[in-house]
Design a protein around this ligand. Structure first.
Ligand SMILES: [Zn+2]
Length: 271
C-alpha cells in the first residue's frame, strides 16, 4: 500500500473529515464555548501531540487565543486508536469522536492519525505519514511536544513532529511538491509528571482564556471517565493544569500562563 493511501486509511479510521463546528447560538458564560472569529484569516496554528488530551492539557489557552485572533487552529493527534487503553475499554472510537466534538465547540479542528496507544515508534513510514499530515495542514505556527519525557508515546511524537516540521518536504513521496514550512515552532510541555528538563523561554498570558481552557480539559476528562462534566469540580488533571498554569503565571507576573520553548531563536522587537 502506498504511503498516501495508507494515510488516507488512517484518516478514514479516525474519521478525520470533520472540521470545526458551527457555534452560533452557543452560550458564552465562563467556561462555555463562544463563537470564534472567522477562521484562517491570520494563518494556521498546528498543535501536534501524541494523545487526544495533549493539546487540551498542554496549550489550551494558547489555542483558544489563536481561535479568537482569527487563526485556523488544528490539533493533530498521532494516536487515534485507543482500543488497547484500559480506561476507555470498548469506547475508543467514541473517545476520538467526543474529543473532536468538544474541540469543535471551541472552534478547533481535530485530526487523528491511526497509530495505536503504546505502539508509536519512529520509522521511515511513520515519519512520512506525519509529514504528509503536516504538509496538508500547512501550519504557520507549530506547537510540538518537548522531546524529553517519561512517556514513550510523547517522546516518539516529539521526534516525529520535529522530523515533519523541520524536514518534512524531504520525507514526502514527491520531495519537489509544494511545501509550507512553519514560520515559528515552539515546544510545549506535558506537566511535571511526564516532561523532563523543560526550560521555557516564551510565556503566554492565558488569564483571559482560562475559564474556557480549564473547562475544555474538564470536559475531555469527563468524556474519558464516561461521566457528565461537572463545571464546579476540578478533577486531578484539571488541578494539575491549574497548578502549572498558576506557576507559569507567577513566573511572568500574570494570573495564568502557558510556557513554551522556541525551537529556533526568533528576533523580537524590544522597543
Ligand atoms: Zn499524552
Amino acid at each position: 500500500m502506498s504511503s498516501s493511501s495508507k494515510r488516507r486509511e488512517f484518516l478514514a479510521v479516525a474519521g478525520a473529515s470533520a472540521a470545526a463546528g458551527a457555534l452560533a447560538g452557543q452560550p458564552s458564560a465562563a467556561g462555555e464555548p463562544r463563537p470564534p472569529a472567522p477562521s484562517g484569516t491570520r494563518g494556521t496554528v498546528l498543535a501536534l501531540g501524541a494523545h487526544y488530551d495533549d493539546g487540551a492539557f498542554g496549550v489550551p489557552g494558547v489555542l483558544l487565543q489563536a481561535v479568537a485572533k482569527g487563526y485556523r487552529v488544528v490539533q493533530l493527534t498521532l494516536i487515534g486508536d485507543y482500543e488497547n487503553w484500559k480506561p476507555v475499554r470498548g469506547r475508543g472510537p467514541a473517545l476520538v469522536e467526543g474529543t473532536r466534538k468538544i474541540a469543535a465547540d471551541y472552534g478547533i479542528e481535530s485530526q487523528f492519525l491511526g497509530f495505536a496507544s503504546g505502539t508509536l515508534t519512529v520509522t521511515e513510514e511513520s515519519k512520512r505519514v506525519v509529514a504528509e499530515a503536516v504538509a496538508e495542514v500547512k501550519p504557520d505556527i507549530a506547537l510540538v511536544l518537548w522531546p524529553r519525557d517519561r512517556h514513550p508515546d510523547h517522546e516518539a511524537a516529539a521526534e516525529l513532529g520535529q522530523a515533519a516540521l523541520r524536514l518534512g518536504d524531504r520525507l514526502l513521496p514527491d520531495p519537489a511538491a509544494p511545501w509550507h514550512p512553519p514560520r515559528r515552532t515552539y515546544f510545549y510541555d506535558n506537566g511535571p509528571r511526564h516532561t523532563i528538563g523543560f526550560e521555557p523561554d516564551t510565556f503566554v498570558d492565558v488569564s483571559g482564556e482560562w475559564p474556557r481552557a480549564i473547562a475544555w480539559l474538564g470536559r475531555l476528562m469527563a468524556l474519558t471517565r464516561n461521566e457528565e462534566f461537572e463545571p464546579e469540580t476540578l478533577d486531578g488533571a484539571q488541578r494539575l493544569k491549574e497548578s502549572l498554569a498558576r506557576y507559569r503565571g507567577s513566573t511572568c507576573g500574570v494570573e495564568y500562563a502557558e510556557a513554551l520553548a522556541s525551537a529556533n531563536a526568533y528576533p523580537r522587537s524590544i522597543l
